[in-house]
Design a protein around this ligand. Structure first.
Ligand SMILES: Cc1cc2nc3c(=O)[nH]c(=O)nc-3n(C[C@H](O)[C@H](O)[C@H](O)COP(=O)(O)O)c2cc1C
Length: 408
């Protein structure tokens, strides 16, 4: 992002303080940041902090004789490659949607001829209010780009949608934009033309014709990811172990039982652009699963000899000629979650690991929410607890951004 210029508009939301970190992160990436602070934004952070971090004057006034003489709101809005509104308040979104130009921020937004990206942040009710959703649709139809909001604990004490996207996600969205990933305006399908493979659920490893070894995976997270990838336009294949879930819409679903069957279907589904291995594949299977039911016969209990199953994640990540561009694994751990995940990423040769703590007290295994850490070559991101659908949507967006960096 060498020498790209971002005009950052900081709205008057409780998350305004995060704009300071955002400025730092963008500048670390060699982005020139010039900021406009709304009057309400100035109630949360000072122009001095903004100016110190951006290394430029922080602009606040529309009717500033000096600024208008030196620069002017029109030039301010145009001397940027991207206008980024973070946090985007409900009020700013409403003004933008209706073309209201009542102060420097909204005037610059109306006067700009550059792409605009918003990172909304507000209370759950404000976000879900029909007026805000209506404004959002208007903005998307106008070609405004969006990152977030995320889901999780809100400053007002409520839990749900409306949380400012994580700073690094905003940075990734900006990077994606400059890499050309988000060039298409409107509600986009950035994964159109891409192929995705997702594994989900447990596997059943037969002991005999009526018994098997299984695990507690419900398949919910993997199904949600397949749905989210398909919603972004990916041609998605879901290879599912035994679950009680219905096939997700718009996803080609193949049902399998054992790890070996799952691997065979996965390999037959290649090539794909992205593989997300969410399934809780049994590590071991019984060496000699018998064709007949094992009888009690009054003797000693049978001894089951276990042998290792194929490692599907490592097998896909290690493909010589048709390795997916992006291979994502899941690591369900009950202790040292991030530590194990980092080691797993290296051992399996995959690009990202999504790690979660599945200790019984978390309620994650089989539950509807998840709290994950995204482990990449660049480090670890801790994502807030969110519904499995929201985790899936966020992961799918990240995948779209990453794939956007490589031509389809
Ligand atoms: C303590 C406090 C926190 C607020 N947080 C938010 C917020 O997170 N999101 C939002 O849209 N509005 C929030 N508001 C309301 C805005 O500050 C208010 O709508 C203001 O007019 C926004 O101005 P601006 O859009 O020009 O920045 C908050 C207000 C207060 C007093």
């Amino acid at each position: 992002m060498h020498q790209k210029r971002v005009l950052l508009i900081i709205g008057g939301g409780i998350a305004a303080y995060k704009a300071l970190d955002l400025i730092r992160r963008l500048r670390e990436r060699d982005v020139r940041v010039r900021a406009i602070l709304t009057k309400a934004g100035g109630e949360f952070i000072t122009p001095l902090s903004v100016a110190s971090l951006s290394g430029e004057k922080a602009y606040t006034e529309l009717f500033s004789l000096t600024d208008e003489a030196e620069m002017g709101h029109i030039r301010l809005s145009r001397e940027a490659d991207l206008v980024l509104v973070a946090p985007a308040t409900a009020d700013l979104m409403a003004s933008m949607a209706h073309g209201i130009a009542r102060d420097l921020a909204t005037t610059a937004l109306l006067a700009t001829d550059k792409p605009v990206m918003i990172a909304p942040s507000m209370n759950l009710q404000m976000w879900s209010h029909p007026a805000t959703q209506r404004n959002l649709r208007t903005l998307e139809a106008d070609g405004v780009l969006r990152v977030g909001p995320g889901s999780g604990d809100l400053a007002c004490g409520e839990v749900g949608d409306g949380r400012l996207a994580e700073v690094m996600d905003i940075v990734a969205a900006v990077e994606g934009f400059f890499a050309g990933a988000v060039a298409a305006p409107g509600p986009s399908r950035p994964l159109a033309g891409r192929r995705a493979l997702v594994t989900a659920g447990p596997t059943h490893e037969p002991i005999d014709p009526v018994r098997y070894i299984a695990n507690r995976s419900s398949g919910k997270q993997g199904y949600a990811i397949a749905r989210a990838l398909a919603a972004l336009g990916a041609d998605t294949t879901l290879v599912s172990g035994p679950t009680t879930l219905p096939d997700p819409p718009d996803v080609f679903t193949v049902r399998v039982e054992s790890a070996r069957e799952m691997l065979a279907v996965c390999e037959a589904s290649l090539p794909v652009d992205v593989a997300v291995c969410v399934a809780a594949v049994a590590d071991w299977r019984v060496e000699d699963d018998t064709r007949q039911k094992i009888k009690k016969n009054g003797g000693r209990p049978p001894t089951l000899k276990l042998v290792e199953n194929p490692d599907i994640l490592a097998a896909i990540a290690g493909r010589a000629n048709d390795r997916p561009l992006l291979v994502v694994g899941f690591a369900a751990e009950t202790e040292q979650v991030v530590d194990y995940a980092q080691r797993k990423r290296e051992k399996k040769g995959c690009d990202w690991i999504v790690a979660n703590d599945v200790s019984p007290e978390t309620g994650i295994m089989g539950g509807d929410s998840n709290m994950v850490h995204l482990v990449t070559a660049d480090g670890v991101e801790d994502w807030p607890r969110a519904s499995k659908a929201d985790v899936a949507a966020r992961l799918a967006e990240r995948i779209a951004l990453r794939l956007g960096e490589t031509a389809a």
